[in-house]
Ligand binder design. Structure first.
Ligand code: KG4
Ligand code: ZN
Length: 374
């Protein structure tokens, strides 16, 4: 957890009357560039809050990671995640406001991630956001977690990056989108089983590496040979833009522990062998992600590629994408905005500018959303 302790300064949870009414149809609104937005993210296992200005300056970005709580299970346990969000959400918001030297009265709006994600986790963030919006009489803006991951590319670029193909690779998602604008994305491909990040986490567990698996595999792979083992690359020659990583995961499992029923003993999992398996696994994931991104760019005639999500932090993936997109504009989220954070929820400004404000009946939508369009 990055938050050491909650600041003694109260975020101002005082009584207030909620009078903000969503505008029926406001059209494009001009918002002063120094206006401040409080963004809240709790869709999975990071409790996060940020303060971001209209011109996308990140004044604070606080992330309380729950990795230590889930480590011994090798993946996120939803009930543990929800409970941890409950105890951390207010200190994290308090810290974000405090670091940004921002008082409730300095805020123009509150943004909250409402979809997709773990239902219990999402509800904690949404309840906090609704309560504060009501107490502080501020407009509430709903944000999609996926559009936020891709908006991290827009924030880093400093200019509009859409239309583009969007690749979101995280612990919960491996999706391709046709992004027409910041608030208009359509799902064009996704994993039919495990997400890429989930595969990294599970393979790390098989190899006895730490959680989260992505950084651990990447570290182990540095001394390994990526061509030592030829692992499967699903749908590579298929026109469909979908992914599958469960066969790859099983292939790693059999390589590491032996094929069930076989009399052949698996080779000992020495450090060198772990490195080779990790490097070969990583090479297979990177090959598929790179090939499917190119395929999507070709099929949809787009000239820009935006990549976000935790797996986008992988340096082998980043350099491969750079190498294959010479004639394409490549935008990969900066490292600090690859894994879950609230700063990227600043995409809410785009919705706010168009008058899209939620009411207090706003609810969460845990499932994958095929079309994000405001
Ligand atoms: O976006 P994120 O923080 O959370 C979700 O929305 O799921 O992504 C977390 C995932 C984890 O599965 C983690 O293992 C993976 O991102 N990850 C990586 C790397 N850093 C994090 N995967 C590969 N290489 C990395 N360097
Ligand atoms: Zn995410």
């Amino acid at each position: 957890m990055f938050v050491t302790q909650s600041s003694s300064r109260s975020a101002g949870l005082g009584a207030g009357r909620f009078s903000f009414q969503p505008p029926a149809s406001t059209g494009i609104m001009q918002i002063e560039k120094n206006s401040r937005l409080l963004a809240i993210e709790s869709s999975c296992d990071e409790t996060a809050a940020a303060v971001v200005t209209r011109d996308l300056r990140v004044l604070s970005n606080v992330v309380a990671s729950q990795a230590a709580l889930h480590e011994r299970f090798g993946g996120v346990v939803p009930e543990i995640a929800s409970r941890a969000h409950v105890s951390r959400i207010l200190p994290v918001i308090d810290e974000a406001l405090s670091r940004a030297d921002t008082k409730p009265e300095d805020l123009a709006a509150i943004a909250v991630v409402t979809q997709p994600g773990l239902v219990g986790s999402l509800l904690v963030g949404l309840t906090a956001a609704k309560t504060l919006a009501m107490a502080w009489d501020l407009p509430l803006i709903a944000v999609d977690h996926i559009e936020a991951h891709l908006y991290a590319c827009r924030m880093a670029a400093g200019h509009d990056v859409f239309p583009a193909i969007g690749l979101v690779v995280s612990g919960g998602h491996t999706n391709l989108y046709d992004c027409r604008s910041a608030g208009d994305f359509e799902l064009i491909g996704s994993t039919i089983d495990d997400a890429a990040g989930e595969a990294f986490d599970k393979v790390a567990q098989i190899l006895g590496l730490t959680y989260p698996g992505g950084p651990a595999i990447e570290r182990a792979a540095r001394t390994g040979d990526p061509s030592a083992l030829r692992f499967p690359r699903a749908f590579l020659k298929d026109e469909r833009l979908d992914f599958s990583f469960s066969g790859l995961k099983t292939a790693v499992l059999y390589e590491a522990t032996g094929i069930p029923g076989s009399t052949r003993q698996p080779q000992e999992l020495t450090e060198g062998r772990v490195a080779d398996i990790a490097a070969s696994f990583q090479a297979a994931v990177v090959d598929v992600l790179a090939a499917k991104s190119l395929q999507a760019l070709r099929q949809f005639g787009r000239k820009a590629l935006c990549v976000g999500g935790g797996v986008a932090a992988n340096t082998v993936l980043r350099s491969r994408l750079l190498a294959i997109t010479e004639d394409i504009e490549l935008y990969v989220a900066p490292l600090e905005y690859c894994t879950d954070n609230a700063a990227m929820a600043a995409v809410a400004w785009e919705h706010f500018a168009q008058g899209h404000v939620a009411g207090l009946d706003l609810d969460v939508r845990p499932g994958l959303v095929r079309r994000v369009s405001k």
